[in-house]
Design a protein around this ligand. Structure first.
Ligand SMILES: NC(=O)c1ccc[n+]([C@@H]2O[C@H](COP(=O)([O-])OP(=O)(O)OC[C@H]3O[C@@H](n4cnc5c(N)ncnc54)[C@H](OP(=O)(O)O)[C@@H]3O)[C@@H](O)[C@H]2O)c1
Length: 327
């Protein structure tokens, strides 16, 4: 089969490209003009420049494609408008390009996030209630995907925090651990679900491979509950596996500090014309003290199982950070 992966140069996208190639498929790796494609170095995929603002252009690129893994998007944006456009807006334009192409894709997998669900404590069947701009933008995108469920075979994945090779979001925490500080944004006891990027990529290929009913939404995780303290400890273990001997002191920032930092970040980033990693539009998710996904009931039905434990996955990640010369 011939697949398109959007956001193919990103952390998750590049792993999805690898997983689909590994399953024997042909892959068009969509990236923006001028994007950093170092994550795709040496790939057998066809790197294709796509303009996600141009529906007609995307329609042409989708000719002869069987399926789309729509991964592009995320929570890093200069403004709320940009955040909604890069998630909800882009998804709507891409779906429009899929819908009007008779020789285009029949299957569509959307990479959403647990933030679109809003960390509800009960079952996955509860109605979504996002608590951040990011979650709301992704939920809007999900609704567009679901309206297409009779025209296309659509599925939605709502992963929790992703880590692994090619991810840089956890790098600041890893750098702090290297300096002997286990930094806890809200609390050391904050509960998480996590997933390693290669396991998430395999979850995408499994979703394509197995005939789930159109409109299926599921939560791939590593199947464990983690605390913020576990995350920092796994990083410390990763450094120690490389022969480092580190101090261990805990530092909890707390909700008030995070709120102030998010607003200062946004103001300074606006002046500098940069994109802040922590901004008020993501705060709601970060302040949740229980950020776990609901239990995953789909995994068994599609014969998918996560392979990486946090200890193994983080050891690899820290070794990769070291190879890059970052820690
Ligand atoms: N990382 C996580 O913890 C996590 C958790 C749950 C869900 N997700 C979802 O997984 C997806 C991939 O995340 P990631 O961690 O791989 O992030 P990433 O490494 O930052 O990659 C994001 C990708 O999306 C593209 N992109 C961003 N803004 C865009 C825009 N306005 N127009 C077109 N392309 C744009 C980027 O292209 P450029 O390189 O050109 O900017 C890049 O290819 C996102 O949809 C995210 O919401 C991530």
């Amino acid at each position: 089969m011939r697949f398109v992966v959007t956001g193919a140069n990103g952390c998750v996208g590049s792993h999805v490209v690898d997983a689909l190639l590994g399953a024997g498929h042909r892959v068009d790796a969509w990236v923006r003009e001028g994007a950093d494609v170092s994550n795709l170095a040496g790939t057998r995929a066809e790197v294709v420049h796509a303009d996600y603002r141009d529906v007609e252009g995307m329609k042409r690129l989708l000719r002869g494609v069987d399926a789309v893994a729509h991964v592009a998007g995320g929570g890093l944006a200069r403004s709320k408008e940009a955040l909604f456009d890069m998630n909800a807006g882009m998804t709507k334009r891409l779906l429009e390009a899929c819908e009007v192409t008779l020789v285009g894709p029949r299957k569509f997998v959307f990479m959403s996030t647990v933030a679109a669900f809003g960390f509800r404590k009960g079952s996955a069947e509860e109605p979504p209630a996002p608590v951040s701009d990011y979650g709301e933008a992704k939920r809007e995108a999900e609704l567009s995907v679901l309206t297409m469920k009779h025209a296309l075979d659509v599925s939605i994945l709502r992963p929790p925090m992703v880590y692994g090779m090619r991810d840089t979001r956890l790098l600041p925490l890893a750098k702090a651990v290297k300096r002997g500080w286990h930094m806890h944004p809200v609390s050391g006891d904050r509960l998480y679900s996590l997933i390693h990027a290669t396991d998430l990529a395999q979850a995408v290929t499994a979703t394509f491979a197995w005939g789930l009913p159109s409109g299926t939404v599921w939560f791939p995780t590593d199947g464990e509950d983690h605390t913020q303290r576990d995350l920092a400890q796994s990083m410390m273990d990763g450094f120690e596996a490389l022969g480092d001997s580190l101090k261990r002191r805990e530092l909890t920032l707390g909700k008030g500090v995070l709120r102030i930092a998010a607003h200062i970040n946004r103001a300074t980033a606006k002046l500098r014309g940069t994109t802040p990693a922590l901004h008020p539009g993501k705060l709601g998710d970060l302040l949740e003290t229980d950020a776990r996904c609901p239990p995953c009931l789909i995994a068994a039905r599609i014969d998918w199982e996560p392979e990486k434990t946090l200890t193994q996955g983080m050891e690899e990640t820290i070794a990769w950070y070291r190879d890059q010369g970052w820690v």
